[in-house]
Design a protein around this ligand. Structure first.
Ligand code: ADP
Length: 461
């Protein structure tokens, strides 16, 4: 069962908040109650002592009589506060007794206190505490104070405790409401961009590569996700464009030789042309060119698919060049071109065979485009964290207007020259594909159309 992020977030925050409130309530009650109870107990003991001291002051030694009026007032006053007094003189005779005085009021006050303490879930009972009454070392009598022990809540204490609990409940309700609100708000902020991203991904999967997302969220992970989706649709759009161009290029490349062969054969079938050996030879050459084009295409497809699974290992770039160069030295010298290899060993993380293919393609071009008496130089050296292979020649060079395009598939700086040498404009595309898969770069330079220099850089091992 899948829940929405909104429900899940709100619920989690709500549960967390409720747990915190419950914990706070329990601890607050425990701590506050304990402190409060100790405080009240101390208050009540002090009050009892005060009553006894107060009563002791009501004996008039000169007349030998008690101030009964005051004692009555004190007794009633204490009774309303929950202290039931019974006062004896030194002979043990009762001077004043709350229960005798107003039995029903005593009962009422006692039951009120019992009910209050029952509600507060505190157990206790009315117990009598006896205090001696004395003045100047003379024993005057005693007072028995009966009150609910070990402590009891007065009306105000009880209201205070109740208010505290009510406040905690209100705080709980308010915090729960805030939690749900915050959860909903947070979920909305997260789910909106997520839903939009999912929608964009759906559109992209249906081929709408123009789908782009506004990066309006300020959450880093969501922003990263939006960027990734945008990047994905850009990359797919780029791939789609490449695919379309490749198809168009292939069609274009195939059409020219096919039209030529077709026209020649038509003319021969219709008897306009004699099928001479030269004409048939020319047709065969076109067919061979088509074959080599198809081979080039297969090589390119292989280079692209192989690039995704490179056999990386530390490789000495100079060694790779030294292994490839001899095969081209012979071809170069046949054309009267001198090929030299120089530089220092540099270790790079690379696929040896793929890298040999790169050097082969660059050397094949150099030999192809350098006329007699020319020079080709391959050098290897180290840059800042990179290994560099440089292939330079003093051949025909590349016009400046063509330089930016020579690494593209089927691009030939000079169409007629390209055809003449049999190239289909794929060699450099393969070089670029392999070097890019290694995380490196390749660049071409040609000064005034005189000679060319190709620079391959690869991350050092
Ligand atoms: P091709 O099969 O035509 O050689 P490439 O992709 O290898 O295809 O090269 C693309 C084009 O770049 C070539 O047609 C050529 O015009 C130009 N080029 C490549 N290397 C050189 C070079 N060393 N000197 C002059 N031009 C070059």
């Amino acid at each position: 069962m899948r829940h929405s992020l909104r429900a899940r977030l709100s619920l989690t925050i709500l549960l967390a908040v409720l747990l915190v409130i419950a914990l706070v309530s329990v601890f607050a009650n425990l701590v506050i109650n304990r402190q409060f109870e100790a405080y009240i107990e101390a208050q009540e003991t002090a009050r009892s002592r005060n009553i006894a001291a107060d009563l002791s002051g009501q004996w008039d030694g000169s007349t030998g009589a008690w101030n009964l009026e005051y004692i009555h007032a004190l007794g009633m006053y204490s009774l309303y506060d929950g202290y039931i007094l019974k006062i004896y003189d030194s002979d043990g005779d009762i001077i004043w007794d709350a229960e005798n005085h107003d039995m029903s009021l005593c009962g009422q006050i006692m039951s009120e206190i019992t009910v209050r303490m029952d509600i507060a879930k505190k157990s206790g009972d009315f117990t009598a505490h006896t205090f001696e009454l004395e003045h100047g070392g003379q024993r005057l009598g005693a007072v028995v104070i009966n009150y609910y022990g070990p402590y009891f809540y007065s009306e105000t204490d009880f209201r205070f405790i109740k208010a505290l609990n009510t406040i905690l409940v209100y705080i709980g309700i308010a915090a729960a409401a805030v939690a749900v609100g915050a959860g909903l708000f947070l979920a909305r902020r997260i789910t909106r961009p997520l839903a939009k991203t999912a929608e964009a991904a759906r559109r992209i999967s249906k081929g709408d590569y123009a789908a782009r997302l506004e990066n309006e969220t300020d959450t880093r992970e969501l922003s990263d996700l939006v960027s990734a989706i945008n990047y994905l649709s850009e990359a797919l759009a780029e791939q789609e464009k490449l695919r379309q161009r490749l198809t168009a290029d292939v069609a274009h490349e195939l059409r020219t030789p096919l039209t030529s062969v077709g026209a020649h054969l038509d003319a021969m079938i219709e008897g306009l042309w004699q099928p001479t050996k030269e004409r048939l030879q020319s047709c065969r050459e076109e067919v061979l060119r088509l074959g080599s084009l198809v081979n080039d295409l297969a090589r390119l497809a292989k280079a692209d698919s192989d690039s995704s699974r490179l056999n990386l290992a530390p490789v000495d770039l100079l060694e790779v060049v030294r292994n490839v160069a001899p095969a081209w030295e012979a071809a170069a010298s046949q054309r009267g071109v001198k090929l030299t290899v120089g530089g220092a060993p540099v270790a790079a993380l690379a696929d040896k065979d793929r890298l040999a293919q790169v050097v082969t393609n660059l050397l094949s071009n150099a030999v192809k485009y350098t006329p007699a008496d020319g020079h080709i130089e391959v050098s290897v050296h180290r840059g800042a964290g990179i290994g560099v292979i440089e292939v330079s020649d003093d051949g025909v060079g590349i016009p400046e207007s063509d330089l930016p395009f020579i690494f593209e598939r089927f691009y030939r700086a000079d169409k007629s020259r390209g055809r003449g040498t049999g190239g289909a404009g794929i060699g450099l595309a393969i070089v670029k594909s392999i070097v890019a898969a290694h995380g490196g770069a390749v660049a071409a330079a040609s000064e005034g159309g005189k000679g060319s220099r190709f620079t391959v850089t690869l991350p050092e091992a």
